[in-house]
Design a protein around this ligand. Sequence first.
Ligand code: FAD
Length: 446
Amino acid sequence: SSSRSAVIIIGAGVSGISAAKVLAENGIADLLILEASDRIGGRIRKESFGGVSVELGAGWIAGVGGKVSNPVWEIAAKFGLRTCFSDYSNARYNIYDRSGKIFPSGIAADSYKKAVDSAIQRLRELESDCVVDVPNGAELPSQVPQLIIVFLCLNAEKKVEPISTYVDFGEREFLVADERGYEYLLYKMAEDFLFTSEGRILDNRLKLNKVVRELQHSRNGVTVKTEDGFVYEANYVILSASIGVLQSDLICFRPPLPRWKTEAIEKCDVMVYTKIFLKFPYKFWPCGPDKEFFIYAHERRGYYTFWQHMENAYPDSNILVVTLTNGESKRVEAQSDAETLKEATGVLCDMFGPEIPTATDILVPRWWNNRFQRGSYSNYPIISDNQVVNDIKAPVGRIFFTGEHTSERFNGYVHGGYLAGIDTSKALLAEIRKYERENESKSFLL
Ligand code: FAD
């Protein structure tokens, strides 16, 4: 079967939804959204766990409290999304070693600063962006296990070049703690241009479970083929698949993408970031706002390092979250949840003693192995110039690109995806207007 639309938007994450909304607001109602999974939201995704809603993907509205207002924060305020202020800065005072001792706060804070300075220095020397090897140990106070230092490199990265999110929108971060989930914002955005009823989208311009496998493009339009054998025709396509998906072979382009495009796509790194949720029958960890985040120091790099309790967000939920990244994320994704639970329990026993209760439930998201994601978010090498992101964003014929990875200033964030969607649609609208002028044709929308 075949039909023709003015614009097909591939992906119903925040960028796809915001792109579609801008088109609809500008008179392009003849659009079609094809989404591979069985829901909207993409990397904004809630799940019920241990009696509350937890966010498997984006959890924070980052960049709040500055001179300019974060647009996602404004939308959240408009729709009354429940959030909690997060203060990571205390984590440095809650560093446990393997025997459960907490590093004295003075030493921990001082070492933290030294470690960060040293990590920044090291990053500069290497002209590298990634989590580097353990920095020169000689410069580091012996009290701080090198493990922590590697973890700190992640944060240090942020300080080598100021992060636009914090510069523009402010330094504060708010955890989304709403039973309706972060994704509630997307439903509210969709309501403006799609037919919905009782919180459900019933508009047939949104098609779920449509995995796009081929984009055949020419001067006249784009033919989109999906895994279930359907063929859709469009004048233009907006593609919002993640950088990890673009690096994979999920979507075949005919003709193939030009070299400048594929080379740029290869240059952008994919971060994997995993939040593992653990539910307990009762609390055995210290509570209070200044204890929300704590760090476990182990010889192995990134081994169950960063912990958070959910008592601020959901009192008495008795849930802990541990964050893994990159190599550790991939390792844990490949093993059974039972094994992961065993490892996490071992770490908690080191910190809090052998008498702690076993978790009654565990949730391990698998963003790396999800073929519609292939990672958590884009990470541009610090050294790369704007050319890389501009090439990733640049249209190829009638295919326009969007998604957090196309945001020059805010890649890796929800607001990056949101603003990228708006940007891409504006660029496409300009192109359409130009085409109409040149062809003096009013038939475009037909
Ligand atoms: P996506 O949400 O990935 O949307 C793309 C959509 O395209 C998906 O729905 C996908 O299913 C679909 N798709 C892919 N391939 C195809 C295909 N072939 N055919 C059809 N459809 C396809 N950001 C923050 O601001 N704060 C945070 O705290 C935060 N934490 C994060 C934690 C994790 C674990 C992760 C994974 C991300 C986090 N982020 C955070 C980043 C944020 O979630 C993303 O930047 C943002 O949601 C990306 O939106 P997007 O529209 O660009 O992509």
